[in-house]
Design a protein around this ligand. Structure first.
Ligand code: GDP
Ligand code: MG
Ligand code: K
Length: 300
């Protein structure tokens, strides 16, 4: 544990809601930066950490819990049960709905499931930027009886309206507790950095002489596809064509092996399946060029 100030609060929050209500958008707004991994795919890991919000007085850990979808088969029923068990253990559940639409079957199904747990549930009426003020009120009326909500908070995840109030309200529900994580350790930037380091490490293991030192790795994009596979695009930069040739190897064998080893490790890091796309590019004398160093993230 890190040194925790007195009166510090901390706890865990999960976001639920049918697809496209704005869960990912809200999460990004809450932590103030783009979070790398967005996936509705039920995960075997029950509490995969998604992102962390730290203030001087509190830390909120947002969890990537499995989605709640109406099951179409036995496995689906099991997944709903797993999701509910995860939601029992958090301090607050944020249930997102859209101000633009009345409750639908998907919302009702989630509400029925949430009735089975004791965790406080906040009704989050999202996308209020798309409707008139009086329609926000009408929307609250339509949704508020779906289940006994602990709080009702209209927001615009996109515009950030009311997000500060939401954070304050969440904090008021958290127990006294320690600061579990450094604020910057488990969000987008460090996760990408770790991935890049994993790839670089494999290059170091598999190559020799001047090649390892000529290499910089940049993870350019991390995106979950519809099958819950996380697609990671990364570029291995090197200084000369001869080094590029070595890194690619005969018939691409070297790059394939780097990719295979790195992918396995990144899968463990993220707790999901990964498709790793690696490219090798030559950037002459990148080590001597400030602008390039900045692009590689060595300086700010
Ligand atoms: P998720 O499937 O629940 O994670 O939903 P997303 O966060 O991916 O959002 C779905 C779509 O709704 C995206 O096009 C978002 O830009 C949009 N969206 C999310 N929140 C808001 C909001 O507050 N206002 C508006 N106008 N659009 C939003
Ligand atoms: Mg999403
Ligand atoms: K999501």
């Amino acid at each position: 544990m890190l040194g925790t100030p007195e009166n510090f609060r901390s706890g865990f929050v999960a976001l639920v809601g049918r697809p496209n209500v704005g869960k990912s958008t809200l999460l990004n707004k809450l932590v103030g930066q783009k979070v790398a991994i967005m996936s509705d795919k039920p995960q075997t890991t029950r509490h995969k950490i998604h992102s962390v919000l730290t203030r001087p007085d509190a830390q909120i850990v947002f969890l990537d819990t499995p989605g709640i979808h109406k099951p179409r088969h036995k496995l689906g029923e099991y997944m709903v049960e797993v999701a509910l068990n995860a939601l029992k253990e958090v301090d607050v559940v944020l249930f997102l709905v859209e101000a633009t639409d009345p409750p639908g079957a998907g919302d009702r199904y989630i509400a029925e499931q949430l009735k089975q747990i004791k965790t406080p549930v906040f009704l989050m009426i999202n996308k209020i930027d798309l409707v008139k003020k009086e329609d926000v009120l009408a929307s609250i009326v339509r949704y508020k009886d779906l289940l006994p909500f602990a709080e009702v908070i209209p927001v615009s995840a996109l515009a950030g309206d009311n997000v500060e109030r939401l954070i304050d309200t969440i904090v008021s529900y958290l127990p006294a507790g320690p600061q579990y994580y450094p604020a910057d350790m488990i969000t987008d930037r460090p996760e990408r950095f770790i991935m890049a380091e994993i790839i670089r490490e494999k290059v170091l293991h598999l190559t020799s002489e001047e090649v390892p030192h000529s290499v910089a790795v940049v993870v350019e994009q991390v995106q979950a596809n519809n099958n819950g596979v996380v697609v990671v695009n990364a570029v291995i930069y090197t200084e000369r064509d001869s080094q590029k040739a070595i890194l690619i190897g005969k018939g691409g064998a070297m790059l394939k092996e780097v990719g295979r080893r790195a992918r396995e490790e990144i899968e463990n890091l993220l707790g999901s399946r990964v498709y790793l796309e690696l490219w090798v590019k030559v950037k002459k004398d990148w080590r001597n060029k400030m602008a390039d160093l900045r692009n590689f993230g060595f300086t700010r």
